[in-house]
Ligand binder design. Structure first.
Ligand code: AMP
Ligand code: MG
Length: 359
């Protein structure tokens, strides 16, 4: 599947130029595909009411058709047209956190075609806060269905260059609004179940959602990146995801308080592989990276253990960098599963798939 030409258009991420938004919205209204920045990652958007346009998203991304999309709105009132039987809890979260990086799973309205939700009776909805995303939806006048703008299985795109690498020639327009803010996909919470269920950890920590709802949220193993979901309930879990081409091993610890002994163990594993002739690259925190550099390893620094936002933001770009370094093996450090640490570990575990080592 090829579209004739992909136009890459630079756009101001803070004050997006109206004529560019109008032009991109025309493409959406005509059933085309537009990649655009959001505060989480770049999305690949189409008119959520247009079945053919939505099918084109799946083709462009080579996405399995049973993996549902998130519908993006720019007005709280639109919630009624995409979802029904909306519980009070949804309004509470929406009032506090929208526009923002949290997605609500609700009962789907009949107007939304089945293609959007992969035939599921539930719909995932989000109101993004990025000015380009908001402007594009507003000018299009319709909800925009959008998954991340990468080829299925690849790390999500946090820059327009990542989108270009994956989707050039496969989409109509790429709006280049620079680097995204959070760098990981939205937190997804299913509000149709009791207690509410976390489907994907993201920039909004579960702890914050629990405080807003005043109830506990259940965190299934698959949301921690630990097992595969049976149906595409949170398909992030079902398919290979985020993975670099280079095999990735994730070295986890029960706790990360004794960083010196933890990094010594990571080093030991890395040296073991190097002695067998592997070219090894290590993804490490700022606190520990020097140890590996001193032993002559190539290191990709993820950020500080004291600032998980920094690590989350650098994560997907770092996973793409792994392939550029042409190593035989990448070894990643693990992080404490608290707050955004849960989000980071979910992505790393899925990128590493069956290669988790506990030290
Ligand atoms: P992506 O942005 O590429 O990760 O794709 C959107 C993600 O949203 C999917 O992979 C699912 O994890 C989630 N999602 C979308 N719709 C639903 C739904 N109806 N029920 C549960 N999860 C959903
Ligand atoms: Mg995705």
């Amino acid at each position: 599947m090829e579209v004739a030409r992909t136009r890459i258009i630079k756009i101001d991420p803070v004050n997006p130029e109206e004529p560019i938004l109008v032009e991109a919205a025309e493409v959406i209204k005509r059933g085309g595909l537009v990649a655009f920045p959001t505060e989480t990652v770049y999305g690949l958007g189409a008119d959520a009411y247009n079945r053919d346009a939505v099918r084109r998203i799946f083709e462009a991304k080579k996405r399995p058709v049973d993996n549902p999309l998130i519908v993006h709105i720019c007005d709280l009132e639109w919630l009624e047209s995409v979802a029904r039987n909306i519980p009070e809890k949804a309004r509470r979260i929406a009032e506090r956190l929208w526009p923002g990086p949290v997605t609500l799973v609700l009962w789907k309205s009949h107007e939304i075609p089945a293609e959007v939700t992969a035939g599921l009776p539930k719909i995932a909805v989000r109101f993004p806060s990025h000015p380009v995303a908001m402007g594009l939806i507003r000018h299009s006048g319709v909800p925009i269905a959008a998954p991340s703008a990468n080829l299925a299985g690849r790390p999500s795109p946090t820059t327009a260059q990542h989108v270009t690498q994956d989707l050039y020639g496969r989409v109509d327009v790429i709006l280049d609004g620079g680097e995204t803010l959070f760098g990981v996909e939205s937190t997804i919470i299913d509000l149709t179940s009791e207690p509410p269920k976390l489907l994907r950890p993201g920039p909004i920590p579960v702890e914050d959602l629990e405080r807003i709802l005043g109830t506990q949220i259940s965190i299934p193993d698959h949301a921690r990146g630990l097992s595969e979901a049976e149906i595409a309930e949170s398909p992030g879990m079902k398919y290979r995801h985020y993975a670099p081409e280079t095999p990735l091993k994730l070295i986890e610890a029960l706790d990360y308080h004794d960083l010196a002994s933890y990094s010594a163990k990571v080093l030991e594993i890395a040296e073991e592989y190097r002695s067998r002739g592997f070219k090894v690259v290590i993804l490490a925190s700022r606190e520990t990276c020097q140890i590996y550099v001193e032993r002559g390893f190539e290191v990709i620094e993820l950020g500080s253990r004291k600032n998980f936002y920094e690590i989350a933001r650098n994560l997907f770009n770092s996973l793409r960098k792994v392939d550029e370094l042409r190593a035989d093996l990448a070894i990643a450090e693990g992080f404490e599963e608290r707050g955004l640490g849960l989000t980071i570990m979910n992505r790393l575990r899925k990128a590493a798939r069956h290669c988790r080592i506990l030290v």
